[in-house]
Design a binder for this molecule. Structure first.
Ligand code: FAD
Length: 394
């Protein structure tokens, strides 16, 4: 296998995981991040078996298990009575079926684990305060340009620069982002503020008219993560860091189950955030001869299957394998993209479809929808059963 010099734009979850996959395979990697310092926001992230196979390859399974929570099940409930509509097992059953755990973590903990791994492979791998503005490529290599006027030269570029990717803009042009009509509230609550046993240690989804709410534990069960999706005409920035008044959150969930009320009541009043969710259709091509994309830059998704970061990690593992399999860089990037595009498009489209399924207007419609579809069997069949380390690449 030919060792390459690989430049990665973005030190998010996808960029850091890819950096470690590629360094572990002997490539020289430089990660360029626009932020002055690395930090992740206070929210949860779910990592299913399909990503854990790749994280295990990096030796991170033990650290992730230790930092996270293994939920017992995935449970759908009615928003007001809390009546259970459907449940499928996670914990032991997920591991039995797929050979790796389903884990729920604090994003900062997960980002820290990935950063420590990348720095253990090369302490200087991440270069901060470097905003990528574009790139040029020629027969010998590729040059990444930064906002500060400097540049870096390598054999190939990986754009892991997220939803508003500069690398994608150059490869695929502007990709329209259409407001979905949904905004995502996020809060986290230390469990000592909640009555003991208030929330079952599962992935809880409360299905309401025109919205849904998700609760699960992170930090070994010490913190409850709440994400509330509401329909609203008011569009704010597409960002995790837009604060909104607690009173608005409370009003958005008026009439919902007492568990939801108790969780919202226990939140820090000045720590309620709301992010406007946009749809981007899958793009048919995300590579050139020496540049490619991964994660949200390649296939931004709504969070309604909890697979955005998971896909980014799968991408990094498949890219690593494609570079092993093909000596020619352009051929390797084609192999990578060819083997990722169908799966990631399916996940993006299914996540968008879940918006309809999770926001039905009447109890009867919710019951009918979930009577028709066995969510667990479906996801176990095609989503969680994928293994990016062993799936044949052709
Ligand atoms: P990001 O994490 O966005 O990282 C991009 C990085 O690139 C950032 O550090 C950014 O600063 C940097 N950057 C951007 N532009 C430039 C530039 N020009 N130059 C240099 N650096 C740049 N996914 C899951 O798998 N499971 C979940 O449970 C889950 N829950 C979610 C819940 C919600 C409400 C939302 C909104 C998303 C959720 N996701 C989940 C999706 C997940 O957060 C994203 O898919 C994931 O963070 C994508 O990782 P990434 O590395 O591609 O991009």
């Amino acid at each position: 296998m030919t060792q390459r010099k690989i430049l990665i734009a973005g030190a998010g979850l996808g960029g850091l995981a890819a950096a470690s996959f590629l360094m572990q395979d002997g490539h020289a990697v430089e990660v360029y991040e626009q932020a002055e310092q690395l930090e992740e926001i206070g929210a949860g992230i779910q990592i299913s078996a399909n990503a854990m196979h790749a994280l295990r390859h990096l030796g991170l399974e033990a650290a992730i298990r230790q930092a996270g929570v293994r939920p017992g099940a995935y449970v759908f409930r009615l928003h007001d009575t809390g009546e259970e509509i459907q449940r499928f097992a996670l914990s032991d059953e997920h591991e039995r079926l797929h050979g790796a755990p389903y884990t729920q973590l604090h994003r900062a903990d997960f980002h820290g684990i990935l950063l420590d791994k990348a720095r253990a492979l090369d302490p200087g791998v991440v270069r901060l305060n470097k905003r990528v503005t574009g790139f040029t490529e020629d027969a010998e290599g590729v040059t990444l340009a930064f906002a500060d006027g400097s540049s870096a030269r390598g054999d190939l570029i990986v754009g892991a620069d997220g939803l508003k990717s500069a690398v994608r803009r150059q490869i695929a042009g502007e990709v329209p982002a259409n407001y979905t009509g949904d905004a995502a509230w996020r809060i986290t609550v230390p469990v000592e503020r909640l009555p003991p046993g208030l929330v079952e240690p599962v992935m809880s989804v409360f299905l309401g008219p025109g919205g849904h709410a998700v609760c699960y534990y992170v930090r070994g069960g010490a913190v409850l993560n709440f994400v509330g999706i509401v329909e609203t005409d008011e569009i704010s920035d597409e960002s995790w860091t837009v604060k909104m008044p607690w009173e608005r959150l409370k009003a958005d969930y008026r009439g919902w189950h007492p568990i939801i009320q108790t969780v919202i009541d226990a939140a820090d009043r000045d720590q309620c955030y709301r992010w406007s969710l946009h749809n981007r259709l899958p793009i048919p091509n995300w590579s050139t001869a020496r540049a490619t994309l991964l994660g949200d830059a390649a296939h931004a998704t709504l969070p309604y299957l909890a697979q955005g970061a998971v896909m980014a990690i799968e991408d990094g593992a498949v890219l690593m394998r494609a570079l092993r399999q093909e000596a020619d860089i352009a051929a390797a990037l084609r192999l990578y993209q060819r083997n990722r595009i169908e799966r990631t498009s399916r996940i993006v489209l299914q996540s968008s479809e879940n918006r309809r399924r999770f926001h039905l207007r009447t109890e009867a419609a919710i019951r009918a929808e979930f009577a028709r579809a066995n969510e667990g069997a479906d996801r176990n069949n095609w989503l969680y059963s994928y293994n990016p380390m062993t799936v044949p690449l052709s």
